[in-house]
Design a protein around this ligand. Structure first.
Ligand code: CAO
Length: 448
């Protein structure tokens, strides 16, 4: 009898740690190779972790909401089996080492015993067996519709289940079965409950921390509400960025009087989607990043070198009912205003519908956070961990500007560039932002 660790799987190329959600099995339970033992989440997808062997579930290491590094144990399984890889990797092993294998792609197989990744064939990841991974909104929707996620076929990359997969499956179920035949989850198998005030998950499996006790205050009544899943998953990443990246925010403003007049003309003549200021800002940012490649980079893990990205993928913060989501628009430097407007409408609509895929959320080289539609005169956005700067955009307002002989009314757009001071110094930040402001001030050149 030996002990095999059940480890935090690597679910995307950039994933270094995940959040443990809940146990599906308990200590002492017999598990078969491929049985779902627990659920975990990265900042992009939720995933069920399967046992890699037949055995008995022993010590549970992880607790709900623990953040655990990829490859670290979640629990231990006692087994007599010699097939510690569970037959998953019968293909000829290559000479690839663990880090290369870890780069295989978006969704690594779950339940791989520690050390086993060294033999993962790089080009042909084994086909997934058992349950599929799901985007967080899909899991939540499945829970709301009382649909067993394991019955849903995922159409996203790597077989990720999307919200539309869940809804299609639910419709099919409704059409095909009497209500009593619906695959309603037994309480012990309940997947992630919807993070609403109404949800009351079973104590041992709650992935959303329940308002366990009525909070009291000597000053008056209070109410405890659970954070949304997005907020709970994003929280540790934000804390990590804020506490590990030395942030400085540089403020400037752009005169967009002509640009906005031009934008309104285009918007009025465009069918199908709105053309907002943000698309013009994206064009200007993409061009500025080409001029200032250091701003479109990552700091290496040992903090000794910079990885300059020769491509431009812009993350755009989108406000949704469940919290902030940052979908990514690829090839932004090769697109014009109309195409970017269409892309922006597409990703923001899907972000709010919860139908973004892992790919939509990966690989940003720079991020824009626009609060311009809401208000404000400036703010200090937090740099995303794998980037070195983020642009905050606030609401444009008419202001008196001195033209050398008199004050004239001009539409001024506030820009706030937060940057990683290890990579970007104040002078570079000021030059980059001034360049951006000049581009936005010259509407004709921007659209050429
Ligand atoms: N100044 C003045 N008006 C602005 C503006 C600005 N900087 N930016 C947008 N507007 C206007 C738009 O033109 C539109 O007005 P009209 O309907 O009269 O033309 C209105 O505000 C609404 O715009 P919008 O917000 O719907 O569209 P957008 O393209 O500007 O932004 C999106 C899209 C998805 C980025 C936005 O809806 C959103 O979610 N923003 C919130 C992002 C966020 O939460 N950031 C904070 C993260 S913490 O770092």
């Amino acid at each position: 009898m030996r002990e095999v660790p059940l480890v935090m799987p690597k679910m995307s190329m950039t994933m270094t740690e995940g959040t443990f959600l809940l146990w599906r099995k308990q200590t002492g339970d017999t598990v078969r190779n491929g049985d779902v033992v627990c659920e975990v989440a990265s900042d992009k997808v939720d995933m069920e972790v399967e046992s890699p062997v037949d055995g008995t579930l022993g010590r549970l290491v992880a607790e709900p909401d623990d953040v655990i590094a990829v490859g670290e144990p979640l629990a231990y399984i006692s087994t007599d089996s010699d097939d510690l890889l569970g037959g998953l990797f019968d293909a000829e092993p290559t000479t690839e080492t663990t880090p290369a294998a870890a780069d295989v792609g978006v969704l690594e197989p779950a339940g791989v015993a520690a050390g086993a990744t060294a033999a993962v064939p790089r080009a042909t990841p084994p086909s997934r067996r058992g349950p599929q991974p799901a985007v967080p909104f899909a899991r939540r929707r499945a829970s709301e519709l009382q649909l067993d996620l394991r019955t849903v076929i995922g159409s996203g990359p790597g077989g990720v289940v999307t919200v539309s997969d869940v809804e299609t499956a639910a419709q099919t179920r409704t059409a095909a079965t009497a209500p009593t035949a619906a695959p309603v989850l037994a309480p012990t198998e309940a997947s992630t409950p919807a993070p609403t005030e109404a949800s009351t998950p079973a104590p041992t499996e709650a992935s959303t921390p329940a308002p366990t006790e009525a909070a009291t205050s000597p000053f008056g009544p209070t109410e405890v509400v659970a954070l949304s899943r997005i907020a709970r998953v994003a929280g540790p990443a934000l804390t990590r960025s804020w506490t590990t990246i030395p942030h400085v925010t540089h403020h400037d403003s752009a005169d967009i009087t002509e640009l906005d007049a031009f934008r309104r003309e285009i918007d009025a003549g465009t069918d199908g989607h709105r053309v907002t200021l943000l698309a013009f800002i994206m064009v200007a940012v993409a061009r500025a990043l080409r001029e200032y490649p250091r701003v479109n980079s990552s700091l290496s893990a040992d903090e000794k070198s910079l990885v300059l990205k020769r491509f431009c993928r812009l993350g755009v913060a989108v406000d949704t009912d469940d919290g902030l989501v940052v979908p990514v628009i690829g090839d932004a430097d090769r697109k014009g205003v109309l195409e970017l407007s269409g892309d922006l409408t597409d990703v923001s609509t899907r972000a709010r519908a919860g139908t973004l895929t892992g790919d939509d959320l990966s690989g940003a080289t720079f991020t824009i956070s626009s609060l311009g539609g809401i208000g404000g005169t400036g703010f200090t956005p937090i740099v995303n961990g794998s980037e070195v700067a983020i642009l905050g955009v606030s609401r444009a307002a008419m202001q008196p500007v001195w033209d050398g002989s008199q004050f004239v009314p001009r539409l001024m757009l506030p820009l706030s560039l937060s940057y990683d001071h290890r990579v970007i110094d104040g002078a570079l930040a000021a030059r980059f932002t001034a360049h951006l402001a000049r581009s936005l001030g010259d509407a004709r050149r921007l659209v050429l």
